[in-house]
Design a protein around this ligand. Structure first.
Ligand SMILES: NC(=O)c1ccc[n+]([C@@H]2O[C@H](COP(=O)([O-])OP(=O)(O)OC[C@H]3O[C@@H](n4cnc5c(N)ncnc54)[C@H](OP(=O)(O)O)[C@@H]3O)[C@@H](O)[C@H]2O)c1
Length: 249
């Protein structure tokens, strides 16, 4: 028996990286998974792999910098499975643009992808979860949301906002809906590769600061998302769990 048998999960940004690893992990545990992203080939490949392994998944293509995507994603989930039990707000846009060079356009895009979409999808899914008397929402923040040390203005601000959103949602949506989040450290995904991969983590001091002396894997985030999406974390609420190899230990 899987830990998520009979559950329906939306995982934003699940065509790549830790979202994709979470989609695989959830499907292995019996969840029906709604995969989202912009890249159709990668979305289809994730769904195919889940189905080949005997799981159930569907995908919806949506650019989450466009806020109308929230309804598109929610409607695709309702059309496919008729309900939602778990929402993982994972899609993220990295921005390393310095404050003085940041345009309103880039700021808006980062805020839409990283925080505004989590609010809109959170509202839509929470209404369904309230009605059915339970649900789990997991928000993916960042260690850049706990200090300005690593992130540039837009990314750092959006991830700080995720902490407040998670706490506020938990307070307002309890007791039936659990809301928690994760602050990943340096995790070897396409996002980290885009700024230089493991070398960048070393240059930023993240590897040296970690007692584990390495970057993390997407699967190590996926296992924590799974924990926060089940009753195994039943007395944890409104928290951002650092999964960062102990960089601030
Ligand atoms: N990797 C790290 O070191 C690290 C550290 C801390 C926090 N995080 C956070 O972890 C989350 C996942 O990142 P990752 O490292 O797994 O990165 P990733 O491999 O680059 O995956 C990012 C995912 O987000 C989706 N996405 C990005 N922009 C989108 C947009 N405008 N519309 C729709 N989907 C979009 C991508 O889908 P498409 O490409 O198909 O559009 C992809 O599925 C993000 O919230 C990120 O900020 C990552």
């Amino acid at each position: 028996m899987g830990k998520l048998d009979g559950k329906v999960a939306i995982i934003t940004g699940s065509t790549s990286g830790m979202g994709r690893d979470t989609a695989y992990r959830f499907a292995e545990e019996g969840a029906k998974v709604v995969v989202t992203g912009r890249n159709e080939a990668r979305a289809a490949a994730v769904v195919d792999k889940i189905k080949e392994a005997g799981g159930e998944a569907t995908y919806v293509l949506a650019d989450t910098s466009d806020l109308s995507s929230a309804k598109k994603i929610f409607d695709a989930c309702m059309d496919a499975y008729g309900t939602v039990d778990i929402l993982v707000n994972n899609a993220g846009q990295l921005s390393t643009t310095p404050f003085l060079e940041l345009t309103l356009e880039e700021w808006t895009s980062v805020m839409n992808v990283n925080i505004n979409m989590a609010i809109l999808l959170g509202q839509m899914c929470a209404r369904v979860m309230k009605e059915k008397g339970g649900g789990h929402i997991v928000n993916i923040g960042s260690v850049a949301g706990t200090s300005a040390r690593w992130g540039a203005t837009a990314y750092c601000t959006s991830k700080h906002a995720m902490n407040g959103l998670t706490a506020a949602m938990a307070r307002e949506l309890g007791p039936d809906i659990h809301v928690n989040g994760i602050c990943p450290g340096a995790i070897l995904t396409a996002m980290l590769e885009s700024i230089g991969g493991e070398k960048a983590a070393e240059e930023l001091g993240m590897t040296a600061m970690s007692p584990l002396k390495r970057v993390g894997r997407g699967s190590e985030i996926a296992s924590t998302v799974l924990f926060l999406a089940t009753d195994e974390s039943s007395y944890i609420d409104g928290q951002m769990i650092r999964v960062d190899g102990g960089v601030d230990a």
